[in-house]
Design a protein around this ligand. Structure first.
Ligand SMILES: Nc1ncnc2c1ncn2[C@@H]1O[C@H](COP(=O)(O)OP(=O)(O)OP(=O)(O)O)[C@@H](O)[C@H]1O
Length: 259
């Protein structure tokens, strides 16, 4: 039986900054519907891998494909291609409400355009109202509908992280890239986040970079481990946790965290 093509394929990608080789012939597949975690010690190249997938960094060699087609993205094309990303720094507009921040994630779907906006046609207004309804629904589905009209600057960090997640989801991505989603969250918030991400798999594929071992071990279907820019292991959390190369890379760190 023919094997289904992966949603995302990273094929032998090598990336250098000046003389520093940061990714070394990295290959991995992300299957539709899975939650894939990318882990590795500090400086292993995880963020660079995300940046390469998003087109912020061009590989020296190698190729990417998305849904069976060559992926050579410019960052501004990502949403249209069906890829969304949350950032470590969240990147929210602090003086806008949570609702406006989320609606901003759907601007590629806004068909109003500058002329329509100037004319404020009833059609354009209806369309904008629909987008705002969807943004409100998205905040509600992440359990923070009550903060929709509050400025982001006034919200606790854990809530702002959910706003950023809602903004990524409003574009209805096929692939959602989460950059350290658990960082800075309390233990209770991390448990809730894991439940949220499990719920997301009905509608999107998730690839995440994370340091929190218990979170990734409990949540991810598969893990890819990077060390010094190389894939040193890949497989289920149970397999990866027992891998001697992974344990060596994490010497002194809690890879086997009581997951
Ligand atoms: N724009 C850049 N110019 C030069 N060096 C860079 C650049 N971006 C990253 N690096 C270097 O590339 C290496 C990998 O960095 P990267 O941020 O991808 O690692 P990481 O695994 O995400 O680390 P962390 O877990 O600490 O976030 C590091 O040595 C870093 O200093």
């Amino acid at each position: 039986m023919a094997q289904e093509a992966p949603l995302l394929r990273v094929d032998e990608c090598t990336v250098s900054f000046g003389g520093l080789r940061v990714l070394r012939a990295v290959s991995l597949d992300v299957a539709e519907g899975e939650v894939l975690g990318v882990i590795g010690p500090n400086g292993a190249g995880k963020t660079t891998l995300f940046n390469t997938i998003c087109g912020f960094v061009r590989p020296d060699s190698g190729a990417l494909s998305f849904d069976g087609r060559r992926l050579d993205p410019r960052p501004h094309q990502l949403t249209r291609l069906g890829i969304a990303r949350t950032l470590q720094g969240l990147g929210l507009f602090p003086n806008l409400t949570a609702l406006d921040n989320v609606a901003a994630g759907a601007t590629h779907r806004s068909r109003t355009g500058p002329i329509g906006a100037l004319l404020a046609s009833p059609w354009a207004e209806r369309h904008e109202l629909k987008l705002r309804d969807q943004a409100l629904g998205m905040l509600g589905s992440l359990g923070i509908g009550d903060v929709a009209h509050r400025h982001c600057a006034s919200l606790p960090y854990g809530v702002r992280k959910r706003v950023a997640l809602a903004r990524a989801l409003i574009s209805e991505p096929r692939l959602l890239l989460l950059d350290e989603p658990a960082a800075g969250l309390s233990a209770a918030e991390i448990t809730e986040l894991a439940d949220i991400v499990r719920g997301l798999r009905q509608r999107t594929t998730v690839m995440l970079v994370e340091h929190h071992m218990e979170f990734v071990m409990n949540l991810c279907d598969r893990l890819v481990v990077l060390d010094f820019g190389e894939v040193i292991a890949a497989g289920t959390p149970a397999v990866v946790r027992e891998d001697p190369a992974v344990q060596r890379a994490y010497l002194g760190e809690a890879v086997a965290a009581d997951a």
